[in-house]
Ligand binder design. Structure first.
Ligand code: C2E
Ligand code: CA
Ligand code: CA
Length: 973
């Protein structure tokens, strides 16, 4: 709008816009002055400006408001210029409506405020950097992250907050951002305020060479990531420990490898195992591994320094409680110790007790370079690992015992027959390599059974030990000596020449030239010797059957009355007998004289049948039905087992197909496979063909292979077994526990089932040893993810025990003997089930009898069994405790006088270990005061005197069971 007014302010001229804007008509405007349009408060300033403009001239601007006719005040930006017209000085004013601009300005201010608020309250830290890298503006969040005030940060160089090493990279990031290439990266803040802070910086140009840096604190996020990685590492460590468990049978190597796994798989910087010296209270380092320079020395010296009696809370560990130290500041160690750990870079640590038999055996200590490395998740995983390791430690003990038990004869300490055979097989490999021969002798003690009967068994045992000792000494280191049976010993030696072989055989007999000294008695004893030389003259280095030949020779020696018989002279007779049987076997195959019987296997949890084992029978034309024991050996030696075994596999498949055709719900059936089939027969080919012929899927056929068959040639067996497994046949390891050596290899073999040999099952409820072995096997199977199957289960007690110890499946007369095909089909049809023993019934009546006198144990046990109790026997306090540890017992009845632990000592222990077990003592009168003391202590429930009265004893026992039931009820309510 345009307007001209004179020095008195009267409007002279104006344009239409002026009228439209102000709302006044031309007539009205003609009688108004400029001041009429200016609101009162602004008038003096406006007037002054105009006067000055009129006198000075030129141009000036005024920002103010105009009162429109409507009364509205509208902002205007007015520019005035003096012009000299006829009437003198006038002013031309140009007004621009500035309301839009003001509005825009206000909007901008609001926006700016909004951005300011955003900047101020943003969770992300933001800094605006000047071109020289100094901080121009910084928001509170960044101040908080840097733990600095806004004043201190503004003007400072941003990168000064980072370590010099990172500064270059950060500079480059900013330079790129300035050049219009935004980017980001992660660096830790130099200053450690509350622990390390990791920052993620993103830089963007905001024009004018200024850079905006957005800073995110990723410490937590990174910690999470590290934690996930750490958990992953601990998981792989658990895997590592499992394989260590199987490889190591000694404590220190086991612990050492566990430490290695912890460091190299688990990512800990230091791992060590220590045990606690019970006397000095200081720990001994047993094993250690670490990646810290000089860390071992520091830790060793810390462990040795006895600055305070319980510097590392050993007492807690002793009680079985782990110690977790997530921050060194909270460690229960001295200032100095903490300082030194900190120096070598350890920020957190944990100590886990490894418990064996309820006591701390040693302590595993893990150290981490990160603070707070042990939270609940990690501790849970580590606890698993520690439990496994404890199990391994505990198992070492059983494993070694198992090894001794299965490989050595407990009486003489010599190898048993199985171990001898194994060593002989090793020796024959050496013989083959050197082209030497082995002399194998079997020694039979002449008239020993007679002597045994006359002198008593104890003396007999002494005599056997004396013979063993003398053989051991005479044969020396380079011979094998073993006990191959009751009164039979076996010896073997490798020799280069025939003369040496002769000398060895003479030496064996010379052992018996002098009488033996047994308990002060001199006993003359002679022996018969059967000798076989391997290989036979001109024979091949093949399967060493020398021991069997020597066995046969000794038989001949006995029959012929000769002192020594070399196998070759007996060969003809023996061979003819063998060939006769072989011929019969061969024709048996042709004449269809073989049949199969089927013995079901049951899942003990579900009580359902899960399959069957096919067992071979020979319907002999003259001798009737023969079981494998009578012919398998000959079949194996003559390799006839290969075609017979193939027949079994084909028969199983044909039978399965037939059952299926009858609409029966078939289950997998296992065929037994012998070593020869693995080695010579084309087992895979036979299996594939048999399945194909009967249109049967592989899952319906299983194979059972004995441990010893696998061990004959592990490499070859592994290849065959893998191929079978890959084809879909599941495999069971048969007779497990009888050849312990393959335990370590078991892991690498593709078995899915382990069959616990019947010999461990028969006495499982009474023999501490057998129970331990069975438990160990179940445990090992479990840890390898294999199903355990107990063979030969005949009683409810055996079943119950196995169920309680988590055996998966059973097979045995208790459920069913082997039955013919028709009867088995009936089982399938009716879904024959196992009546699961109710653990309670049997368990409610279990009594443990402890006496060092076997005859007393025997008569007590008979008496109690007749009453329907389930009786366990122990011959010493120690044995009793072991037995209690393995099964729930309700009443214990113990003799007082026993070597080692006395009855009252035992019952004192039982009282504290198993308070619910009702305790009875059986003793002579002379011990009466010792026993009254025990009664007063509460260790003894009743006492009975020897000799006892059966009825009285039974009455007391009955009372004890009533008390036991009450204790049990109290416990469960
Ligand atoms: P195995 O594989 O250990 O078979 C289990 C044996 O234990 C069977 O004897 C079975 O009848 C018997 N048994 C099952 N439950 C009980 C029980 O509760 N108590 C008792 N005392 N014995 C029980 P069997 O049938 O005489 O077979 C003996 C061995 O002959 C088998 O031992 C196996 O090694 C071998 N065998 C059987 N059939 C074949 C076959 O087809 N091929 C090969 N290579 N070997 C076979
Ligand atoms: Ca079997
Ligand atoms: Ca078996």
């Amino acid at each position: 709008m345009l307007v001209v007014y004179d020095r008195l302010g009267r409007f002279l001229r104006w344009n239409r816009d002026f009228e439209r804007t102000t709302g006044y008509s031309a007539a009205e405007l003609g009688s108004m002055t400029r001041l009429d349009l200016v609101p009162e408060p602004e008038r003096p300033a406006f007037h002054e400006k105009m006067e000055r403009l009129l006198s000075v001239g030129g141009e000036d601007a005024f920002e103010g408001r105009i009162r429109l006719k409507s009364g509205e005040l509208r902002p205007f930006f007015l520019t005035g210029r003096r012009v000299d017209l006829d009437e003198g000085g006038c002013i031309i004013g140009v007004g621009i409506d500035s309301s839009a601009r003001i509005k825009a300005q206000e909007a901008m201010q609001a926006a700016e405020q909004r951005y300011r608020r955003l900047f101020a309250s943003s969770i992300a830290g933001i800094a605006i950097l000047a071109p020289d890298g100094r901080i121009q503006a910084v928001n509170p969040s960044l101040c908080k992250t840097f733990a600095e005030t806004e004043e201190a940060m503004t003007g400072a160089r941003f990168i000064d907050s980072f370590a010099a090493a990172d500064a270059d990279a950060i500079e480059r990031l900013f330079a790129r951002a300035r050049a219009g290439e935004p980017g980001s990266g992660e660096w830790p803040l130099r200053r450690v305020v509350n622990g390390k802070v990791d920052l993620r910086l993103s830089a963007t140009s905001i024009g004018n060479d200024e850079v905006m840096v957005v800073v995110r604190d990723v410490t937590e996020h990174n910690a999470q990531q590290r934690k996930i990685a750490r958990l992953e590492r601990i998981r792989s460590m658990i895997g590592g420990i499992h394989s260590v468990m199987l490889r190591r049978t000694d404590r220190i190597p086991l612990l050492l490898e566990a430490c290695r796994v912890a460091v190299y798989d688990g990512g800990f910087v230091f791992a060590l195992a220590v045990d606690l010296d019970p006397v000095a209270g200081t720990p001994n380092m047993l094993a250690a591994e670490g990646t810290l320079e000089g860390g071992g020395r520091v830790i060793e010296s810390l462990l040795q320094s006895t600055e305070s009696p319980d510097a590392f809370s050993w007492s807690l560990l002793r009680e079985g409680r782990p110690i977790i130290v997530n921050s060194m500041r909270s460690a229960a160690a001295s200032e100095r110790a903490r300082g030194r750990l900190n120096e070598i870079g350890i920020r957190s640590g944990a100590a886990f007790p490894l418990r064996v038999d309820g006591q701390t055996n040693c302590v595993l200590i893990l150290m981490s370079p990160e603070p707070h490395a042990f939270d609940d998740d990690e501790i849970e995983l580590l606890t698993w690992m520690v439990d496994d390791l404890s199990y391994a430690l505990e198992h070492l003990h059983t494993a070694r015992r198992l090894e001794r038990l299965t490989n050595f004869d407990p009486l003489t300490g010599l190898m048993n027959a199985g171990a001898f055979r194994k060593r002989l097989a090793d020796l024959s490999v050496v013989a083959g390599e050197r082209r030497w021969r082995i002399s194998i002798g079997v020694i039979d003690l002449k008239g020993f059974s007679e002597l045994n009967r006359q002198m008593g068994y104890a003396m007999g045992d002494h005599l056997l030990s004396a013979v063993a000792d003398r053989l051991r000494t005479a044969m020396g280191e380079d011979s094998l000596v073993g006990r191959s049976g009751g009164d039979k010993f076996a010896v073997a030696r490798l020799a280069a020449t025939e003369a040496e072989l002769d000398a060895f055989e003479d030496m064996v007999l010379a052992v018996f030239a002098q009488p033996f000294d047994v308990a002060g008695q001199s006993i003359a004893l002679d022996a018969e010797l059967g000798v076989a030389r391997y290989p036979e003259q001109g024979g091949r280095y093949d399967i060493p059957i020398g021991l069997d030949h020597a066995d046969a020779a000794v038989l001949l020696a006995k029959e012929s009355g000769k002192r020594s018989v070399l196998y070759s002279s007996a060969a003809t007779a023996l061979r003819s007998r063998r060939t006769a049987m072989e011929a019969e076997l061969r024709s048996a195959l042709d004449h269809d004289e073989f049949t199969l019987v089927y013995q079901p296997k049951v899942d003990v949890v579900k009580g359902k049948m899960v399959g069957a084992e096919a067992l071979l029978r020979w319907q002999h034309p003259e001798r009737g039905l023969l079981s494998p024991a009578e012919f398998i050996e000959v079949a194996e030696r003559s390799w006839l087992i290969v075609p017979i075994g193939a027949w079994v596999i084909r028969q199983v498949c044909a039978q399965q197909a037939a059952w299926r055709a009858q609409g029966l719900p078939i289950q997998p059936v296992a065929a037994n496979v012998s070593a020869a089939q693995l080695g010579r027969g084309d087992l895979l080919g036979v299996v594939v063909e048999a399945l194909r012929e009967n249109a049967l899927e592989p899952k319906w056929l299983e194979l059972e292979i004995t441990e010893s068959a696998v061990m004959q040639d592990v490499a070859a067996a592994t290849t065959t077994l893998r191929a079978l497994r890959d084809f879909g046949i599941s495999l069971a390891l048969d007779d497990f526990g009888t050849g312990y050596s393959s335990l370590s290899q078991l892991k690498c073999l593709p078995f899915s089932r382990v069959k616990i040999d019947r010999s461990f099952v028969t006495e499982i409820t009474t023999s501490v040893e057998d129970a331990a072995i069975a438990q160990a096997i179940i445990g090992i199977a479990r840890s390898l993810g294999l199903t355990s199957v107990a063979e030969g289960v005949e009683t409810a007690a055996q079943l119950n025990y196995l169920v309680q110890h988590q055996c998966d499946e059973i097979q045995g007369f208790y459920f069913s003997p082997p039955v013919d095909a028709d009867k088995y089909a009936g089982y399938l049809r009716q879904d024959h089930k196992l009546a699961l023993v109710r653990a309670q019934d049997d368990a409610q009546r279990r009594i443990l009898v402890v006496d060092d006198e076997p005859s007393i144990c025997k008569s007590l046990s008979r008496l109690l069994r007749e009453e329907g109790y389930s009786v366990l026997i122990a011959h010493s306090g120690e044995q009793a405790l072991e037995s209690l540890a393995m099964q729930r017992v309700h009443v214990i009845i113990s003799d007082q006088r026993m070597p080692g632990m006395s009855g009252t000592e035992l019952l004192d222990k039982v009282k504290s270990l198993y308070p619910d077990v009702v305790r009875i003592i059986l003793s002579g009168y002379t011990d009466i005061h010792v026993i009254t003391d025990a009664v007063n202590r509460g260790s003894v429930f009743r006492f009975l005197t020897k000799p006892w009265d059966d009825d009285e004893l039974l009455a007391v026992v009955r009372g004890a069971f009533v008390a036991a039931r009450q204790a049990g009820a109290g416990e469960s309510s």
